[in-house]
Write a protein that binds this ligand. Structure first.
Ligand code: SF4
Length: 130
């Protein structure tokens, strides 16, 4: 099971301990986790849509809940444009109008299926069509 990978394109600040443990940063003077030129985290496996350092992923990734982030509500409606726009627009969407973050899962044959998750972060029941 994977997701739409919205949060694996956000900035992830690292602690000094995480940097000392060898997690890659944007530059020698940065504390941000390295991103590829298209904005995805360098530790994301594109084929499996999974984190390749799951057991030692940064604390920010461990604590982050995509269904509790107003910035992703803007991404769901408008796509990703810029962080400035995310911050500005996310203040305008009332919590009761938030959409749940889509989940993706793969069938045994490898097909990607879309599912929905409640705003609480739990998956909703699949419909028979899924
Ligand atoms: S470290 Fe893993 S969980 Fe964190 S942004 Fe990168 S791929 Fe995603």
């Amino acid at each position: 099971m994977g997701c739409e990978l919205l949060c694996c394109r956000l900035f992830v600040p690292l602690s000094l301990e995480e940097m000392a443990a060898g997690l890659q940063t944007q530059s020698p003077l940065s504390n941000l986790l390295r991103q590829e030129p298209d904005g995805f985290c360098c530790y994301l496996d594109r084929a499996t849509r999974r984190c390749t350092i799951w057991q030692r992923r940064p604390l920010v990734c461990r604590r982050y809940n995509c269904n509790d982030d107003p910035k992703l509500q803007v991404v769901l409606r408008e796509g990703f444009t810029s962080f400035g726009r995310l911050i500005e627009q996310s203040k305008l969407i009332p919590r009761d109008r938030w959409q749940s973050i889509p989940l993706l899962s793969r069938s045994p044959a490898g097909e990607v299926k879309r599912g929905r998750r409640r705003a609480s972060g739990r998956r909703t029941k699949k419909t028979p069509a899924e």
